[in-house]
Ligand binder design. Structure first.
Ligand code: AMP
Ligand code: GLY
Length: 427
């Protein structure tokens, strides 16, 4: 079967890698893809948003399955268009993708179906928003309703900061249409984790939980990024919390979407926080997480093509996971998530044992791979334990220490390794 993957990031490189391991795969196309995929996929110069050309390409190249990586085309209805054209596609409809595309919609859904999440109110008017913020006090969280490329959330430490963020969004149109409305939300404290699941209607098949590191610098300092590293599974997460997340959050949300006439097919991503009252929802995404996917897919033992075909046809894919761990560290261009330079030569990375490299912002020129984005690539490894996976990953990633143009975090997974070590001391 020929397969088309829509997207260009690390998540899509990881998908292409896993799909290429399937015996059912004939040709793999990536639109537009990235330089790192070129050995295993044919990159085609079509933008993720160009639905017409994507469909024409799929028809002309006998594509039997298309997988959509990023959220924007989903929210623009790419899946609906593929279905109308009679093409097999994996991802939610535009109506179902709204669970990611509108924070207000997601909050209303959770409220109606009693899904644990932070208390909130939504506003279009700054006066009412200001009054609510002043009544609730800080810390408090301000969120743009729509997609804002991961920049639409402000965790405000003071009332002044919260009001300023609300004003930026509502009055100054910081994110255009996406911040015509805001959600003002209670601040929740606890460990965050991500739980992704393959979903078709009410059927939910969970993946191993993962943890992302969103801040740019060590010790969770610095600005929020698209994600600086990840690992899976999450040792601090108790079986009880995992089961609660699955049975009180992900499963009922899938059922709620069916009930609302927005039946979800694809990957439902729950961003969760482990509070003193149990796990609560921070956000939903309608797609694979990035960089979570890069550390979760290597642990999947199934043929991913078969899993997706099973999900689309309503069969149980019988997911099977190794009991190893997987960790990944993102190498970013100096300056990211602010301004940075492109075109910097990348060193060769040694990929011994279970180490792997996933490209995101790279290009190939006559000298070799060069940087072409903020998050350049991810170095990852599987290991018997998280500590093993991390030590192999860091052994390889340290080649970047000699290159001033790049940086990476040195503490991915560290607090989890420390806390699981202290747990085993207690035993
Ligand atoms: P999001 O873009 O929704 O993933 O939010 C970005 C980050 O903001 C999350 O990963 C959390 O660290 C933080 N955040 C969002 N909502 C809350 C909340 N209600 N309480 C505490 N932190 C939050
Ligand atoms: N890692 C967070 C996301 O994919 O949105």
């Amino acid at each position: 079967m020929n397969i088309l993957v829509i997207g260009r990031g690390g998540r899509e490189h990881s998908l292409v890698q896993k799909l290429s391991e399937s015996e059912q795969t004939d040709r793999i196309f990536a639109a537009p893809g990235n330089a790192g995929m070129e050995k295993i996929a044919e990159c085609v110069v079509i933008d993720e948003g160009d639905h017409e050309r994507l469909i024409a390409f799929a028809q002309q190249n006998e594509v039997g399955l298309t997988i959509v990586g990023p959220e924007n085309p989903l929210l623009d209805g790419v899946v609906d268009r593929f279905v109308e054209a009679g093409l097999k596609v994996f991802g939610p409809s535009q109506a179902a993708a709204l669970i990611e595309g509108s924070k207000h919609f997601a909050k209303q859904l959770m409220e109606k179906y009693h899904i644990p999440t932070a208390g909130y109110q939504a506003f279009e008017d700054i006066k009412n928003a200001r009054a609510y913020i002043e009544e609730k006090g800080a810390p408090i969280v301000i969120k743009a309703d729509g997609l804002a490329a991961g920049k639409g959330v402000v965790v405000a430490e003071t009332v002044e900061e919260a009001v300023a963020a609300a004003e930026e969004m509502l009055e100054n149109g910081q994110f255009g249409d996406a911040s015509r409305e805001i959600v003002v939300e209670e601040f929740l404290a606890g460990e965050e984790f991500s739980l992704m699941a393959f979903v078709n209607g009410e059927e939910v098949y969970p993946m191993v939980p993962a943890k992302d590191h969103k801040r740019a610098f060590d010790g969770d300092e610095g600005p929020n990024t698209g994600g600086m590293g990840a690992f899976a599974p999450v040792p601090q997460l108790t079986e009880k919390s995992y089961q609660t997340a699955l049975h009180d959050i992900v499963t009922p949300v899938a059922a709620a979407m069916v009930e609302e006439g927005r039946s979800f097919t694809g990957i439902l991503y729950a961003g969760l926080i482990e509070t003193s009252e149990g796990p609560k929802v921070i956000e939903f995404n309608a797609r694979f997480g990035d960089p979570e996917t890069q550390v979760v897919l290597p642990l999947l033992q199934n043929d991913l093509v078969q899993v997706i075909l099973d999900i689309l046809d309503g069969r149980d894919p019988q997911l099977s996971w190794t009991n190893e761990s997987c960790a990944g560290v993102v190498v970013a261009s100096k300056g990211y998530p602010g301004a940075y330079e492109k075109g910097r030569l990348l060193p060769a990375i040694s990929v011994e044992d279970d180490v792997f490299v996933v490209h995101a912002g790279t290009a190939l020129d006559e000298k070799g791979y060069v940087s072409n984005g903020g998050r350049v690539l991810l170095v990852g490894s599987k290991g018997k334990t998280l500590a093993d996976a991390l030590s192999q990953t860091y052994h390889s990633v340290q080649v970047f220490d000699n290159f001033d143009d790049f940086f990476y975090r040195h503490d991915i997974g560290r607090s989890s390794v420390l806390s699981s070590a202290s747990h085993s001391d207690e035993e």
